[in-house]
Design a protein around this ligand. Structure first.
Ligand code: CP
Length: 314
């Protein structure tokens, strides 16, 4: 049995196989509409979500399976003090696979120790968001045709932005990528990303503060929201939340083929006038989210791809 807690739980080959399966699903989703007949997905969301929870549910329904779950801790027995470990044991009796979001870093890992069914981390605190990483990689590959030899700028809240941490970790395994981390001093990448991921992989990176100066150098721009819910101090949040706002005027500084990604939700960091720019890729990411989660459910449940006759993971 396999779980997905961080993107590094998948080898590069397995990652590419999941991206390829998601592409096949996007071309012919009707070929997959009964592959999970009789299987059940539990969505255990202790923290708010629109895209991740609904796309997981839509994915399972589109594969012929069913869903159950809760969308806030208050709706579950966590509100009475039940532990994540006990909840994982209990839900293992009801479903075939679990997608879990939790505000505490490490909660899905803890669940995986006690679960009898695969656990997918749907975002844990400021730590990781591996399914978003697969979506981001699918979108970058669609736009740039590759995942290596790219100069990628990450802008905004790089301290708490778990999608950034996960995507950077995964992209360090592809050759010749260069990273620009664009943030205020207070929202720099966490030490562990520098010390345990970037430096050991000999990655090339720079930490900078000017979006305008960096834009002309980029092949890909990844914008992020300043994560209000992770701040202890409201004043600090208000001071930092609008430091970077991407608009059409600033985009004139960028390459005409530089896709703009954002995991969403956005607040003010991408102005609405960017939505009509062909470089805006964030709604492609939303659509890819459903295909990636269909592919991932198939992979972790060991479901054979009717097109290739093979499963994705050994
Ligand atoms: N990108 C993402 O995780 O969105 P939600 O918080 O709406 O799930």
């Amino acid at each position: 049995m396999r779980h997905l807690i961080t993107p590094m739980d998948l080898s590069v080959e397995e990652t590419m196989n999941i991206l390829d399966l998601a592409e096949r699903i996007s071309i012919g989703p009707q070929l997959y509409k009964h592959v999970a007949d009789g299987r059940q997905l539990a969505t255990l969301f202790y923290e708010p979500s629109t895209r991740t929870r609904l796309s997981f549910e839509s994915a399972m329904l589109s594969l012929g399976g069913q869903t159950l779950g809760f969308s806030s801790a208050a709706q579950s027995s966590a509100s009475k003090g039940e532990t994540v470990a006990d909840t994982a044991r209990v839900v293992s009796c009801y479903a075939d696979i679990i997608a879990m979001r939790h505000p505490k870093e490490g909660a899905p890992l803890q669940a995986s120790i006690y679960s009898r069914i695969p656990i997918i981390n749907a975002g844990d605190g400021g730590h990781a968001h591996p399914t978003q990483t697969l979506i981001d990689m699918m979108t970058i590959r669609q736009r740039k045709g590759k995942l290596n030899n790219l100069t990628i700028g990450f802008c905004g809240d790089l301290k708490f932005g778990r999608t950034v941490h996960s995507l950077v970790s995964s992209l360090t395994r592809f050759s010749d990528n260069k990273f620009y981390f664009i943030s205020p001093e207070e929202l720099r990448i966490p030490d562990y990303l520098r010390d345990d991921v970037l430096n050991p992989s000999n990655s090339t990176y720079e930490e900078v503060s000017s979006l305008e100066d960096t834009l002309p150098k980029l092949d890909v721009l990844y914008m992020t929201r300043v994560q209000k819910e992770r701040f202890f101090n409201e004043e600090e949040y208000l001071r930092l939340k609008d430091v970077y706002i991407l608009d059409e005027e600033k985009l004139k500084l960028a390459d005409k083929d530089m896709p703009v990604l954002h995991p969403l939700p956005r607040v003010d960091e991408i102005s609405l006038d960017v939505d009509d720019d062909p470089r805006a890729a964030y709604f492609d990411q939303v659509q890819n989210g459903k295909y990636i989660r269909m592919a991932l459910i198939m992979a972790l449940l060991g479901i054979t791809d009717p097109v290739t006759g093979r499963t994705v993971l050994d």
